[in-house]
Write a protein that binds this ligand. Structure first.
Ligand code: NAD
Length: 340
């Protein structure tokens, strides 16, 4: 099953070995900000786990990696309970899989709300670190990593060093309480400069902007974070009290007016054909963007439909991430086959 765990007899053992390997890679990625394999290799392994579960659903338990938001809470930070749960995203790796996902979503919507017209909010999938900002009466009171989705790590002091994240929101009629979710990242140009500085200082350069962003944000000393060129784009909200918006895109407009950094790249589209064009366009211009992406996120824009579609224990049913084919693949793990 794996490079370091030879396949053993039973299916259960096989499944456990694969699960353990996914957990080990997640720990290195989320807790140590030092991945042991490429994302493409990880995705391949994870996909095998899902395939095995599809063939043998009896193997799935509540603590299977596929049932959890993959993330760790390090003892180095104070734990923070999110007011509302943070989720991951369902991944698809081909346009055929995306077609199937869209058809399923449209069929569910047709049965929940017959005759309604879906609008698709399409965004870039920013390759960074998910962060939850809690504002009370317009004041930033806490910032946390996603962690396992229920509990994150308190990184408030570090987030306060990021210039684009306002300590106080602008405007009137601010909600009494709102959780704002987004991605902290290092823009591509800044990343190149940061690595030059690291090398000049005799230190090892970062492997990629995602690791650099995660490592920079999860520092014990905020003065280190302050020296790193971190940016953020918001891409969702959690708990909210006193916020009236009917859709995700309407919420982005509000967040922008409050002074929060929204992405200049998102679009609200009426047809699936336009979604495909958005994917093709950004795939082609991937390296002209200000930050790295690993795909496109497609969301049902309307909040009423989002609520009706709901969530699994790991992902919302109203959103999907289309992953572009990897640009360079370390093939070390690709020969591994699951014996079923
Ligand atoms: P994910 O990264 O595929 O998707 C969920 C996350 O996407 C959200 O939590 C959010 O932070 C982020 N995101 C970025 N742009 C977004 C947008 N516009 N809208 C909404 N969300 C947006 O899922 P995951 O569970 O965080 O982790 C899986 C990813 O991490 C995969 O890409 C996987 O390859 C990688 N990973 C790699 C390793 C490794 O060892 N290399 C280990 C674990 C995970």
């Amino acid at each position: 099953v794996s490079t370091d765990t030879p396949p053993s007899g039973g299916l259960r053992e096989e499944y456990e070995a694969l699960s353990d390997q996914v957990r080990k890679y997640r720990f290195a990625y989320y807790n140590e900000d030092a991945p042991l394999v490429s994302d493409a290799e990880f995705d391949e392994l994870y996909r095998r786990l899902e395939e095995l579960e599809a063939l043998h659903p009896e193997l799935v338990t509540n603590d299977s990696p596929t049932q959890e938001v993959g993330g760790e809470v390090s003892a180095a930070f104070a734990p923070v309970e999110h007011l509302s749960r943070m989720y991951s995203l369902e991944d698809v790796f081909s346009l055929d899989e995306l077609d199937a996902w869209v058809k399923r979503a449209e069929a569910s919507i047709a049965s929940i709300a017959p005759g309604s017209k879906v609008q698709w909010l399409t965004e870039l999938k920013i390759d960074g670190l998910a962060v939850n900002l809690l504002y009370r009466n317009g004041e930033l009171v806490r910032a946390a990593t996603r962690g396992d989705g229920t509990t994150g790590e308190d990184i408030t002091h570090n987030v306060l060093t990021i210039a684009s994240i306002p300590r106080r929101l602008k405007g009137e009629n601010l909600p009494a309480e709102v959780e704002i979710r987004g991605e902290v990242f290092i823009p591509s140009k800044e990343f190149a400069r940061l690595n030059e500085t690291m090398v000049e200082a005799g230190k090892a350069p970062f492997a990629n902007p995602r690791n650099a962003a995660a490592g920079s944000l999860r520092q014990k000393d905020p003065s280190v974070t302050a020296q790193r060129p971190l940016s953020m784009y918001v891409h969702g909200i959690g708990a909210r009290e006193g916020l009236s918006a009917a859709s995700q895109s309407e919420t982005y407009e509000l967040l922008k007016a409050w002074g929060l950094p929204t992405s200049p790249y998102y679009k609200v589209l009426d047809t699936y054909q336009e979604v495909l064009e958005f994917i093709a366009h950004n795939g082609e211009h991937r390296h002209d963007l200000a930050h790295e992406i690993d795909g496109i996120v497609v969301k049902v824009d309307d909040f009423a439909l989002q609520r009706a579609l709901g969530h699994t224990s790991r992902v919302p049913r109203w959103s999907v991430a289309y992953k572009y084919p990897p640009e360079e693949v370390n093939t070390k793990l690709l020969d591994i086959r699951v014996n079923v």
